[in-house]
Structure formats: C-alpha cells, structure tokens
Design a protein. Structure first.
Length: 254
C-alpha cells in the first residue's frame, strides 16, 4: 500500500514542491495503466480549460503531453476519463448519505469483490471497476440516493488531487480493478433506460413506477446542472443545448 499523499500547504517551499511532483508522477502512472488523464484546476474539480479546451475529450495517455501539462501547472489536479476512454466504470458514493444508501442497496446481494477504491475529501469513495462491453452511463442517484456513476463521457478526480482542502487517497493504488457487479446495470435500468427521453405519465401507472419516474427526472436535472458546471470553455453552448433537451424530456414525462 502506498503512503497517504502529503498534506497541501500554500506559500511554496520544499513541501509544496514534493506535492506538485507527486501529481505529475501519479498522472504518468495512471497513463501507464492505460487510463486517459487530463489536468483539472488546482484545488477544483473542473477541467483546466486553458490546457484542455475540450475538457475530458482532450484526455490522453501520451507521457510527453502529460509532462507538458504539469510543467505548465504543477499543482493541477488529475482527472481520469472514465468509460470507454480508460476502460473504467466508477460507482461514486457521496458522503455519509451515499454510504447509507449504498449499504442498504447491498443488503441481500452477493458480497462485493475487492476493487480499487479512492477515498474522497468529503467522506465518500469511488469504487473503480472494469467497464462492461455493453457500456456504462453517467448517472446521478440512479442506483440510490447520493450514489452516482461515472462511465462513458465522464470522469473522476484522482489521488493525490486536492479539493475542499483535503486530498483524495487510494486505499491501495496497486489493488486490482474488479469486474463490475452483474446487478449494477439492471439496477440502473429503471431510471436510465426504461424512462429515458421521457415516458408520459399514464393514468394506470403504478405508484412504484411513478416514484421511479420522479426519481429519474430529479436525477436527470441534477446531473445536467452538474455537467454544465464542469464543462470547459468551448463546449458550453453544445452542452447547454443538450441539457435543455434532456430537461424538456423530464417535463414531457410529467
């Protein structure tokens, strides 16, 4: 197991230089594993648009380009593109609420296989799995309250990046990336597939289906707002148009 990342201190000096060096070294390690990376604003979660004007779509495994990015901004956080770009599917358990929801979701299911896990600054964690061949979508609370997913067209902030004054940390960076549990995709389906792009509310719709539809609509709205907030300059108009169409589907769905 690798040691915890060094704490961050402003004002320069040897400690800050050490932290900056660990960021580029980590980015290069991830690229060597076939994970496409890109720089994020220091201390933030959004792409560093000056270096990656197309956001996560500029992610790469090219070591020379990665070195040039971090030579320009040594304290840049690290983004890892999820989904097809890196072959990763991530379950994002957000804070204490997410932990409770995830634990409730696991009741009655087979025990999870150990997998690469990152602890996030606000007390949650990222469970990193292999992307299934069928693909894997981004979602907000589709699995359970405050349990999101990051897949095709998404990304995560990776250790030893810093946000909210705290560092992301791997439980064990050398841990294997396990297969995605078989039940995850079906568990997402009611809100990500069944009602995608708007299903009209029918008079004979069951209360359970109504709740699923309402949850999908709320999750879609939160997710599109989150995506807009993290879109790099140059791609905002297109993302805004797409988000407006998706939100319109929520209205059409009732």
């Amino acid at each position: 197991m690798r040691p915890d990342p060094a704490p961050v201190r402003s004002g320069g000096g040897a400690l800050e230089t050490l932290v900056d060096a660990s960021l580029v070294e980590a980015a290069l390690r991830y690229a060597a594993r076939g994970w496409a990376v890109f720089p994020i604003f220091p201390g933030k979660k959004r792409p560093l648009g000056r270096l990656v004007p197309h956001g996560l779509n500029d992610s790469t495994t090219d070591a020379d380009l990665i070195r040039s990015w971090w030579a320009d901004t040594p304290a840049a956080n690290i983004g890892i593109a999820t989904g097809k770009a890196s072959g990763l599917a991530v379950v994002d358990v957000d804070g204490e609420t997410g932990k409770r929801s995830w634990e409730a979701l696991l009741v009655g299911r087979d025990p999870l296989l150990p997998t690469l896990t990152s602890r996030t600054p606000r007390g949650g964690y990222h469970l990193v799995y292999q992307r299934p061949e069928a693909g894997f979508k981004n979602s907000t609370s589709a699995l359970a309250d405050k349990v999101d997913t990051r897949g095709d067209g998404g990304y995560i902030v990776a250790p030893p990046s810093v946000a909210h004054g705290k560092a992301y940390q791997w439980d064990d960076e050398d841990a294997r990336v396990a297969l995605l549990p078989a039940w995850v995709l079906p568990a997402m389906a009611p809100k990500e597939v069944e009602y995608d792009r708007g299903t009209p509310v029918e008079a004979d719709m069951t209360e359970r289906d109504r709740k699923r539809l309402e949850a999908w609509s709320r999750g879609t709205l939160r997710d599109r707002c989150s995506r807009l907030a993290t879109t790099a300059e140059g791609g905002r108009n297109q993302r805004l148009f797409s988000a407006a169409a998706d939100v319109g589907s929520c209205i059409a769905a009732g």
